[in-house]
Ligand binder design. Structure first.
Ligand SMILES: NC(=O)c1ccc[n+]([C@@H]2O[C@H](COP(=O)([O-])OP(=O)(O)OC[C@H]3O[C@@H](n4cnc5c(N)ncnc54)[C@H](O)[C@@H]3O)[C@@H](O)[C@H]2O)c1
Length: 305
């Protein structure tokens, strides 16, 4: 068995952690030794009626179990509020090792019925919320020469889902953000990854039958987040997690066919669709330049023939 994964001495910020997946992430990080900033919207209540916000209730749970936590009521879409949250964590604990970008909500509609406001609201919270929080901790992590950032993407972004064009676009944008930040963060010890969860939460309770929801506990997803937030985390990974099953997803590039510049290039391309669809030589590029490298190499090879 690998050694127990612990976060002693580390500080984690989990956004949208008043309920659902974020709450499970915050509780587990704290149980494994991390000091946790539990962020959720100030107005968010968890229905217990005890006068506390959802984030404050999670903080109380962590403290009751002997852990350390503070609540933040900032909206991830508010740069000043996020900065205050980060400043508070730095005042209390002097470092931030882990950021789990988890906050968000849905505004599902078919594209026909979706307004631009519906689209922007979702891009704002999922993409820009993650950008704002990441920007606020980036310099701190650089200075520390250590950071772990987990973006919460979704199968809706990776593979598409009817009625979720706004959400899918925002969630796939987080994969793009992760791809570049993992490259830029590498020399500073910052590792950036994506988690694609499936869980029965407020977000999904109306979408699936009860017996399916019973399998999809947030707690069965959280080990995936713990791995991506751990000292031995990979970087640039997309990890799918749900009902205790974990799988990797990849953005790949096929080997390609060289056609060259010619008047009938499109007809030549159509004639080679079978070769184009051949996935046997697919690679996972280590950066965007690998596409142009492959294209130029094929063009030069064709010129030599
Ligand atoms: N549940 C799933 O099956 C599933 C699938 C794929 C991705 N996700 C993603 O996982 C993350 C967590 O979702 P969940 O299922 O636990 O839903 P949830 O609704 O239980 O939790 C999301 C939390 O984010 C908070 N939040 C919303 N806007 C915020 C803001 N502006 N600032 C701070 N907090 C805000 C909400 O108050 C809520 O507590 C989301 O990013 C979601 O898109 C969930």
């Amino acid at each position: 068995m690998p050694a127990t994964i612990r976060f002693d001495g580390q500080v984690a910020v989990v956004t949208g952690a008043g309920g659902g997946l974020g709450r499970s992430h915050a509780l587990q990080l704290a149980a494994r030794g991390a000091k946790v900033v539990v962020n959720d919207l100030g107005a968010a209540r968890d229905g217990t009626g005890n006068g506390l916000t959802a984030a404050e209730n999670v903080v109380a749970e962590i403290r009751a179990a002997g852990g350390e936590a503070i609540a933040s009521a900032a909206s991830v879409t508010d740069p000043a509020g996020v900065q205050e949250m980060v400043d508070q964590a730095m005042r209390e604990w002097k470092r931030i090792d882990i950021l789990v970008n988890n906050a968000g909500f849905l505004r599902d509609k078919s594209f026909t019925k979706m307004t631009l406001d519906d689209f922007r609201a979702i891009v704002d919270v999922h993409l820009m919320g993650a950008v704002i929080c990441t920007k606020a901790v980036w310099e701190i992590m650089k200075q520390q020469n250590y950071g772990r950032i987990v973006m919460t993407t979704s199968s809706s972004g990776l593979f598409g889902n009817f009625g979720q064009s706004n959400y899918g676009a925002a969630k796939m944008a987080l994969v793009g953000l992760m791809q570049t930040l993992s490259l830029e963060g590498e020399k500073y010890g910052i590792r950036v990854n994506c988690l694609a969860p499936t869980a029965a939460t407020r977000m999904t309770e109306d979408l699936m039958p009860a017996e399916v929801l019973a399998l999809l506990t947030p707690e069965s997803v959280t080990p995936g987040m713990l791995y991506l937030a751990s000292r031995d985390a990979p970087t640039r990974a997309i990890l799918c997690a749900g009902a205790g099953t974990f799988s990797r997803s990849y953005i790949t590039l096929g080997d390609g066919v060289h056609i060259g510049e010619r008047p009938d290039a499109v007809e030549q391309l159509v004639a080679k669709l079978d070769t184009l669809a051949d996935r046997s030589k697919e690679i996972v590029p280590s950066a965007g330049f690998q596409q142009s490298q492959m294209e130029v190499a094929k063009a030069l090879a064709a010129r030599k023939q």
